[in-house]
Each structure stands twice: as structure tokens, then as C-alpha cells.
Design a protein around this ligand. Sequence first.
Ligand code: AVJ
Ligand code: FE
Length: 437
Amino acid sequence: PEPTGAEPLRERIAAELLAARERTAALTDCVDDRDLTAQHSPLMSPLVWDLAHIGNQEELWLLRNVGGREAMHPEIDPLYDAFEHPRAKRPALPLLAPAEARAYSYEVRGRVLDLLAASPLEGAPLLDGGFAFGMIAQHEQQHDETMLITHQLRQGPAALTAPPPPALDPDPLPAEVLVPAGPFTMGTDTEPWSLDNERPAHRVDLPAFRLDTTPVSNAAYQEFIADGGYRDPRWWTAEGWTHRQRAGLGAPLFWHRDGGQWLRRRFGVTEPVPGDEPVLHVCWYEADAYARWAGRRLPTEAEWEKAARHDPATGRSRRFPWGDAEPTPELANLGQRHLQPAPVGSYPAGRSPYGARQLIGDVWEWTASDFRPYPGFGAWPYREYSEVFFGPEYKVLRGGSFAVAPVACRGTFRNWDYPIRRQIFSGFRTAASVEEA
Ligand code: AVJ
Ligand code: FE
């Protein structure tokens, strides 16, 4: 028989917590203790920090704030507060050893499952719709993506493997789709596990624009390189050009030239750059320069969301490009099922009403927009999730990558990072304004 009342929600929460923990285990059980405690890049925490931070946030939000329990080990809280110590300094902290970090995170989880079984899922803002539990499942999955980035930066033979995405042979597609002028609803009031920066829903009126049907491919990006795009300051903003020179940028991160061809290192394996895959590991400055070279520009965040969610037939905004149903493997490349994006033009069933492909999954897409609050924003449940990052120094990325779990991905989800970042699973597509007659 079908479960009734709060039971389906409780089961969904338990399943999402379990899925996150299975992924955390896969990312941390495949390497030895030396690898777990090593600093693979000054840009990243040691993996063992993420492991205990996941448990610490779960203890803080679920056991202490929801459950009213005492702190289990108050002395470790400052070690796992992301604002206390920069990532590069974390290896030198007296962190829990791998076995202790695992034991702590699993002990927290056991108590959380007891709490979940006994807890009402309404009657307080943190409980309504299971919000705090959903937030913690998303938090763990977000750190799983961070740990996957650490794996990509790690030297040495592959610790992780996965099959390539299905070899689809897509029909030829138009290069771009047209999104006519008009208002749409951006953000959400109804997504139960949406995070504060996705709220509230509000109307945004946009002029007509064209958007690339797919993310920019490696083949297209190689034309920019071959045309001297990295050597021509016309294509770069002043800040971007300064950064390009200082950082010595000449190709996406993890690429190198071997004789006549471009190779890339991907999770410990070196292989020729596949021309039909979305370009990956570019920073905002590179994406912006490519767009200018192509006679185009990056889409604004609002344009991206309208192309991904607006249904012109009903005037409604959808949860996903394909509709309101949860993602499946036929709709989008999500959840680390594969360790790379699928060829551009894949996932026809996941297209948006305007015909754009792969807006969800594959690669995070840089937008032109700074990370700013929506009108009527209120920080919830803590200022340090979003509010302290609002401002001109962060650019918004949309859509999620192959490394994003479905629970942490939807048409309203907003990610952000510095415009110099490229170890993240970042790509982009371009847009153009439409001259009105
Ligand atoms: C939303 C991905 C930028 O990883 O820094 C994790 C998510 N916040 N722990 C990050 C997050 C607190 C955040 N991003
Ligand atoms: Fe965190």
C-alpha cells in the first residue's frame, strides 16, 4: 500500500540523505588516508575536512537547531566553520583523522535518522516541507561536488571511473533559439527546498534575445584559441586582460598542447580534447572574451532563466526546462553518473519550450550577472549561505554540471564564484540582443 500522510516526505528525505552519504563514501573510500589528509591544491580543503564539515553542519542544523540537542563535540566547531579558516590553511589544523571524521559523520547520521522518524514535518519554518533536512541533503551534495573538484585537481592515477555519457547522435540543430520579448516569473515561492537566494518569485520583463541552442563546444573554443583570441586585448575586459596576462592563460585549465593536438587531463587520464563536448574549466573572463570574439555576449541570469523555465503556451515558469517532473537519466546529465559532460546537442527530451538543450546538467554556465539578491530577499536560515556573498565580486553560474545531484539542481538554482575560477565544472553559452524594428 502507498504510504500516507507525512510518510512519503519522510521516505523522500531518508532517500536523499542516503544518496548523499553513498556519494560521500564513494568519494572518500577510493583513496588512502594520506590522500584524504593531503592538500591536493591550495584552492581546496583536504578531503577529510569536507567529510567532517558535512557531519558538523548536519549536527548543527538537524540535531541542535531542529532537535534541540547539546553539541556533541563543541571544541571542533571552529575547525569546521568555513569562515574561520581559508581552505589553504586547513591542512595545518588539528583536524579529526579520517577514521574519526567518518565515525563522527556516521554517528550524527544515525541520530538524525532517529530524529527524522520522530519529528513532525510542519509547524516551524525549519520543519515545514522538511526544509532543514532538504537543506542538509543539498549541503552534503554540494560538498560532494567540491570533493569531486579536489579529485580532478589531484595528481596521479585515476581513483574514480565512470562510463562515458550515452553516445547520442543528435539531429543537426539550429545554432540559436529566439526568445521573444515579454515578462516571465523569475525565482520561486513554491519550491519547498529552494534556498534563500532563489526567493521570492518576481516578474521580470525582458527584450527579445537569441541564445545558443547548446553550450559552446571544445571545437568552437579551439577556433577562438587558433584565431589568437588569448593574444588579442580587443576581446577582453580590462580586468580580464590583466588577469589573462598575470595568470598566463592560453587554454582551458587541464589542457596542454602535444605536437599538433590539444590533450586534456580528466580524473587522472590524459586524452585528446573531444571537439563535440561542451568546453569545461574556463573562467568568466575567458567565457566573456570568447563571446565578444564571436560577436556576441554572455546571457544575463534573467535571460538564462527565462530560456530555461518560461512556457510561452501557458505563461508559467516551469521547475525545469522539460516541465515540472524530477530529472531522469533521459532528461539531463546530473548526479556524477558520468565524469564528463555529454556531447553538445544531447538530451533532446530535456529541451526547453524554446528548443534550447542541456540547460540543466553537463556544465555550469557562466552568466553576465553579478550575484545580487532578488527584490524582497530575506536571509534564511543563515546569512552566511548567500547574503554575505552578494555584490560585484561574484558572477552567477546556472544550470548545474554533471557533478550536481538532482536534489541540488532546478531551474531556479543559483551558484556563484569569482570570475577567475576555473577548477569548477564551468562552461558557458552565448547570447545576442535582437534589434527591434
Ligand atoms: C553555493 C556552491 C557557492 O560550496 O561554497 C557549501 C555551497 N555553502 N557550504 C559553496 C555551500 C556552504 C556554496 N556554493
Ligand atoms: Fe559547507
